[in-house]
Design a binder for this molecule. Structure first.
Ligand SMILES: NC(=O)c1ccc[n+]([C@@H]2O[C@H](COP(=O)([O-])OP(=O)(O)OC[C@H]3O[C@@H](n4cnc5c(N)ncnc54)[C@H](OP(=O)(O)O)[C@@H]3O)[C@@H](O)[C@H]2O)c1
Length: 341
């Protein structure tokens, strides 16, 4: 018996994505502390594009992509006590990072990177590498949580200490930014959000966005935010842009504010921007890499309590996974792109 999976296949400049058949698990193949999951949905992240285009030079040949997936447990190893067949779960991005502090050793066990990811029909994970998805969510919604949602939560809530009387700036309307917008506005904070598209800005407003800015029409958006905040600036910035946006983020962060350094949408290169504003304003700069499992559990409790609905732009079938990658690469999406397995 076999089951379908997608894998990266090496090519001279990037990776191809090809569908293969993998050998099915027998009960005897399940290690005693692992669970076997029938994957039902996977969501894509910008990271999957970085892998596909080989922008970070990782060795992904033959690796199954995608850190994010949800499904139901179909079998448990003999020593597993906390899970049973039928439980609805998602895999953790860092399979071994349970709680703070972070240790670089966790980079050796990341789904869709050093380990096979979720874009396959069955996956076998340690029992400590999965969490329950919120009970009101579908598998498609649950599959959006492990990377983008946890990153936004960990950045704002855990490391940022966001309070309801504060302001947050989100850059663009991709997965991390829309989760950050929803989390912050559910907590009562005021969210400023940028986009290159007026329709997306209108949708962001419907989701609770307080102020919106078209970053192509207003390239000096840092100054614009200062103007709209009477020169005070914002308390938190979800910095997903990197070298091409940091200068403006430093412009509009308030004195004593917090910048969560998360993304590389404008590239991995060095920026020749002066970092002096960070000192002058006593800014907290936090490097963020997803988050630990206990924060994933805490976030899911918050989502359960607030009846949180992740924003899914489009769902593709498993056989159209390649189109899902292409759609994400087009930058037309708002929120998350999902593949039904
Ligand atoms: N450190 C971590 O743990 C972590 C975790 C997740 C993601 N990331 C990183 O965070 C970034 C976002 O990831 P994602 O998965 O949310 O991406 P995504 O869903 O692919 O979001 C892409 C969107 O970002 C916006 N964008 C692109 N260039 C921009 C720019 N120069 N200024 C403002 N917005 C811009 C665009 O939105 P509009 O169409 O609205 O303009 C685009 O559609 C990526 O660099 C990713 O690698 C890091």
């Amino acid at each position: 018996m076999t089951f379908p999976a997608w894998v990266f296949r090496s090519n001279s400049t990037a990776f191809d994505l090809v569908q293969i058949d993998k050998k099915s698990y027998e009960n005897a193949d399940i290690p005693e502390d692992h669970v076997l999951i029938r994957v039902r949905a996977v969501s894509l992240n910008y990271r999957d594009l970085i892998g596909w285009k080989n922008l970070a030079g990782r060795k992904l040949d033959g690796r199954v992509p995608a850190s994010d997936g949800a499904g139901e447990i179909v079998a448990c190893g003999s020593a597993v006590r906390q899970w049973k067949a039928g439980d609805r779960v998602a895999g953790c991005f860092f399979q071994a990072w349970q709680t703070e502090p972070f240790d670089s050793i966790h980079h050796k066990k990341d789904l869709g990177g050093t380990l096979d990811g979720m874009l396959q029909e069955y996956v076998c994970l340690p029992e400590s590498g999965v969490v329950n998805i919120p009970s009101h969510m579908s598998f498609e919604q649950g599959a959006t949580l492990p990377c983008a949602a946890l990153t936004a939560w960990y950045a704002l809530r855990s490391r940022g200490g966001l309070r309801k009387d504060q302001t947050v700036l989100c850059l663009g309307t991709g997965g991390v930014s829309i989760f950050a917008l929803q989390i912050a506005s559910k907590m009562g904070a005021k969210v400023f959000i940028t986009s290159k598209d007026h329709e997306k800005l209108a949708k962001a407003k419907e989701l609770g966005g307080f102020e919106t800015i078209h970053y192509l029409e207003t390239p000096e958006w840092g100054k614009e935010i200062l103007k709209r905040t009477q020169d005070r600036g914002v308390d938190h910035i979800v910095e997903v842009g990197g070298p091409g946006t940091l200068e403006k983020s430093m412009q509009c962060i308030t004195a004593g504010g917090h910048i969560a350094l998360i993304g590389v949408l404008t590239g991995f290169g060095a920026s020749n921007t002066s970092l002096f504003p960070l000192l002058a304003k006593n800014v907290r700069l936090n490097g963020i890499y997803v988050g630990p499992r206990d924060q994933f559990i805490a976030m899911n409790a918050f989502m359960e309590e607030t009846h949180f609905e992740p924003v899914i732009d489009r769902v593709f079938d498993m056989q159209h996974a390649l189109q899902a990658f292409e759609y994400l690469a087009s930058g037309k999406h708002f929120g998350k792109v999902v593949i039904r397995v």
